[in-house]
Design a protein around this ligand. Structure first.
Ligand code: NAP
Ligand code: ZN
Ligand code: ZN
Length: 348
C-alpha cells in the first residue's frame, strides 16, 4: 500500500483537515498518478455537507484530478510514466450494462464507482478523491490531457468541462444558436467558453452584476442580471437552449418562458430540494426540461481533445490545500472566478 496525505471531512458540515489514507499498489491494469492539481466542484460542498443525503465519512472530496503518471501496471497499454493525465467523477463501472457498453459509464445501471463518496468494485472499500497526493486508477478510467493545456487549467475540465460539453453536444448546439448559461461559476464559465467555441450566441444570466465584464471576456455576447426588475421582459421565447448550472433552486417557470418553441432547458446544477414546475411552462411551445450527468470516458476524452485544439482551459484561482474551507465559503456566496484549484504540492 502507498501511504498518501489527504484532506478530509470527518463528519457532515465539519471543516476539512489533514488525513492519512492508503492507495493500492498499481495492479496489472492500474496507473498510479502523482496528483498536481485538483479542482473544487460545488458537488464537493454538497457532499461534504451531506446535502444530498447518504454521504460516506471520512470523506476526501475531489473529482477534478490532473497529474502525471508515476507508475504503471505490467499490462497497461495506454499510458507510460510521465504522461499528463486526468481522472474525473468515477474510477470504474460494471463495464457490462448497455450504458457502459455505449461508453456512457456515468449512467451505469449497476452504479458507477464514484471517485469519492462511493465504493470500489468490492462494494466495501471506500473511495477517496483528489484532495490527496496520489491515486491509483484502472487505465480505462484515466484520461489523457493534451500538452497544450497547463495542468491547473485542465483539472476543472474533468468535471466542469465535461458536464457542460456533454449536453451542448447531445442537443447539437451549432453556429448561431441562442444559448443562455444560467449561473457564472465553475460549470457556467466552462459552459460559456464551450458554447461560444461551438459557434453559439451566448447570453449569461447571473445574479452577480460584477461578473458582466468577465462574462463578455469568456465569450458571451450578452449579459442579463436576473435580479434586475423586468430582467427577462424582452426575452420571452428567445433562446434555443438554456443550460442551468445554478447550485441552488431558481424559479424554473420564469426561465422556461425564455425558450423558443421546441427549446430545451437542461439542468446540470444539482440542489437538493424539489422545484415546482407549472405544466403550462412546458405545454406552451412544446418546451422541454431535461437533465444531464457529467459524461462518459469517450466523450470526456473528446472534450479534452477539443479544448486542446481550441486552446481552452478553465480560469482558475490556485489555492494551497489549507485554504479549502475558505474556498467553500466563498463559493457558497458565488464569489468564485471561476474555479478554485488546489495546488497539491502544498500537501506534499
Ligand atoms: P459554483 O462554482 O459554486 O457556481 C454556481 C453559481 O450559481 C454561482 O457562482 C452563482 O452564479 C450561481 N448561484 C449560486 N447560488 C445561487 C442562488 N441562490 N440563486 C441564483 N444563482 C445562484 O458551482 P459549480 O461547481 O459550477 O456547480 C454548480 C452546480 O452543478 C452544483 O449544484 C453542482 O453540484 C452541480 N454539478 C452537477 C453535475 C452534473 O453532472 N449534473 C456535475 C458537476 C456539478 P452567479 O454569481 O453568476 O449568479
Ligand atoms: Zn463536479
Ligand atoms: Zn455498467
Amino acid at each position: 500500500m502507498i501511504a498518501t496525505k489527504s484532506y478530509a471531512a470527518q463528519k457532515a458540515k465539519e471543516a476539512l483537515g489533514p488525513f492519512s489514507i492508503q492507495r493500492r499498489e498499481p495492479g496489472e491494469h492500474d496507473v498510479l498518478i502523482d496528483i498536481a492539481y485538483c479542482g473544487v466542484c460545488h458537488s464537493d460542498i454538497h457532499q461534504a455537507k451531506d446535502e444530498w443525503g447518504g454521504s460516506i465519512f471520512p470523506m476526501v472530496p475531489g473529482h477534478e484530478i490532473a497529474g502525471k503518471v508515476a507508475k504503471v501496471g505490467a499490462a497497461v497499454k495506454k499510458f507510460k510514466v510521465g504522461d499528463s493525465v486526468g481522472v474525473g467523477c468515477f474510477v470504474d463501472s460494471c463495464r457490462e450494462c448497455p450504458s457502459c457498453k455505449e461508453g456512457l459509464e456515468q449512467y451505469c445501471t449497476n452504479g458507477m464507482n464514484a471517485t469519492y463518496n462511493g465504493y470500489e468494485k468490492d462494494k466495501k472499500t471506500p473511495t477517496y478523491g483528489g484532495y490527496s497526493t496520489h491515486i491509483t486508477v484502472d487505465e480505462n478510467y484515466v484520461l489523457r490531457i493534451p500538452s497544450s493545456i497547463p495542468l491547473d487549467k485542465a483539472a476543472p475540465l474533468l468535471c466542469a468541462g465535461i458536464t457542460t460539453y456533454s449536453p451542448l453536444r447531445q442537443w447539437k448546439i451549432k453556429t448561431g444558436d441562442k444559448v443562455a448559461v444560467v449561473g457564472l461559476g465553475g460549470l457556467g464559465h466552462m459552459g460559456v467558453k464551450l458554447a461560444a467555441a461551438m459557434g453559439a450566441e451566448v447570453t449569461v444570466i447571473s445574479t452577480s452584476d460584477k461578473k458582466k465584464d468577465d462574462a463578455l471576456k469568456l465569450g458571451a455576447k450578452h449579459f442579463l442580471n436576473s435580479k434586475a426588475p423586468d430582467a427577462f421582459k424582452n426575452y420571452t421565447g428567445h433562446f434555443d437552449f438554456i443550460l442551468n448550472t445554478v447550485s441552488a433552486n431558481i424559479d424554473f417557470n420564469s426561465y422556461l418562458a425564455l425558450l423558443k418553441r421546441d427549446g430545451t432547458m437542461v439542468q446540470v446544477g444539482a440542489p437538493d430540494k424539489p422545484v415546482p414546475v407549472h405544466v403550462f411552462s412546458l405545454i406552451m411551445g412544446r418546451r422541454r426540461l431535461a437533465g444531464s450527468l457529467i459524461g462518459g470516458i469517450k466523450e470526456t476524452q473528446e472534450m479534452l481533445d477539443f479544448c486542446g485544439e481550441k486552446g481552452l482551459g478553465a480560469d482558475v484561482e490556485v489555492i494551497p490545500m489549507n485554504k479549502i474551507n475558505e474556498a467553500y465559503e466563498r463559493m457558497i456566496k458565488g464569489d468564485v472566478h471561476y474555479r478554485f484549484v488546489i495546488d497539491i504540492n502544498s500537501l506534499k
